[in-house]
Design a protein around this ligand. Structure first.
Ligand code: SF4
Ligand code: SF4
Ligand code: FES
Length: 359
């Protein structure tokens, strides 16, 4: 029953092994217990703010937060009971009572449906505690990426913690207490004037859609289902995994892949938001060459390649092979990068080649 360490505890009556340092929540999750969470993100230090993950612990006077309570040998834990479910439902009713709305568009962000899903699961749309609302939205923030709709904020601080712990940026923080709690930048300014790098991680961890992906939300009126396609970001050599959201044949947004081996849910501003070039009307769809008057005109690939080859050879013949310098595109796949260096090294005889991914 125990693993090599010999540590075990009792989970809903069943003896299960655990590793020293694990929380009750982590042990329970491994054993497929459905414990609800709101302030938890497994990439971040446990915070213990929402109390939704409470479990009963034999000998403890009150239920304990499973995400912040370390597992100990011999513990007897109950993850589901009538009392716990009632406790969780009331907590959800209270949380919801401070927000303007529960239902937000799925395009808002990766975790944006978490609260609405739990509210439905616990049938917590009762309106019993409706009253004062907390958080003041910042519609005046002119940034083109992040909707700051704090009327829907539940003060879980996942955004603040992901910004500090994952991004190392500390661009946002917490101000005030109780109903006046507010997520803010230094001196209450706009994101553009803060340390924010617009990585988008705060959007993707927000469980209510209080932080939303403005670019994706522009497409919410398209009445087609969202499809997600796993891919690799095309911008640099790190290889971050992304799920590309499409409606029909249109890319509407990018989600970071939480299980991406290289990024574990992180992206930079380019990988997160810079996909407009795909559908941009100025995007080249055919090669262009200069005619005798020096004007760029559409050409066939054969014509364009012949012209490029002739120009490169003319430069080598006139100025020598080291007059050439090639820069490969970070948007091209590895195979294209390999062919490029072959062309430059073996074909043109120079080692002057680099790749914009290093920038
Ligand atoms: S976008 Fe990134 S850097 Fe900016 S506040 Fe959000 S997590 Fe922090
Ligand atoms: S903005 Fe979202 S992630 Fe940040 S504290 Fe509010 S609900 Fe939590
Ligand atoms: S998930 Fe444990 S307290 Fe919020």
């Amino acid at each position: 029953m125990s693993d090599k360490s010999g540590l075990t505890l009792f989970l809903d009556g069943e003896e299960v092994p655990f590793t020293r340092g694990e929380s009750i929540f982590q042990v329970s999750e491994r054993h497929e217990k459905e414990i609800p969470t709101l302030c938890y993100d497994d990439r971040l230090d446990a915070f213990g703010g929402c109390r939704l993950c409470v479990v009963e612990l034999e000998g403890a006077r009150n239920p304990v937060a499973s995400c912040t309570t370390k597992a100990e040998a011999g513990m007897r834990v109950t993850t589901r009971s009538g009392k716990l479910e009632m406790h969780r439902r009331v907590l959800l009713e209270l949380v919801v009572s401070e927000n303007r709305e529960v239902d937000v568009d799925e395009l808002s962000g990766y975790a944006s449906q978490e609260m609405a899903t739990l509210v439905d699961r616990y049938e917590a749309r009762t309106g019993r505690f409706e009253g004062r609302q907390s958080g003041a939205s910042r519609p005046d923030d002119p940034n083109p990426f992040i909707l700051r709709d704090y009327d829907n904020c539940i003060s879980c601080y996942r955004c603040v913690r992901v910004c500090a712990e994952q991004e190392g940026d500390y661009a946002i923080s917490i101000m005030g207490r109780g109903f006046d709690t507010q997520i803010t930048t230094e001196f209450g300014g706009i994101l553009k004037e803060s340390a924010c790098t617009f990585c988008g991680q705060c959007i993707q961890t927000c469980p209510t859609g209080a932080l939303g992906d403005i670019k994706a939300l522009r497409h919410k009126e398209i009445e087609l289902p969202i499809e997600k396609t796993r891919s690799i970001c095309i911008y640099c050599g790190v290889g971050c995994s992304v799920d590309i959201m499409t409606k029909g044949d249109k890319i509407v947004g990018i989600l970071p892949a939480m299980d991406g081996p290289a990024n574990e849910g992180a992206l930079c501003v380019k990988g997160q938001f810079a996909f407009d070039f795909v559908h941009h009307p100025d995007r080249l769809k055919t090669p262009f060459v200069r005619d005798d008057q020096g004007e760029l005109v559409p050409a066939t690939w054969d014509d364009a390649l012949d012209k490029a080859a002739a120009g490169l050879m003319a430069a080598v013949n006139e100025h020598g092979r080291h007059s050439l310098y090639a820069i490969a595109s970070g948007r091209a796949p590895n195979e294209a990068g390999f062919m490029m260096q072959k062309l430059v090294r073996a074909g043109l005889g120079t080692s002057y080649i680099d790749n914009c991914s290093r920038a």
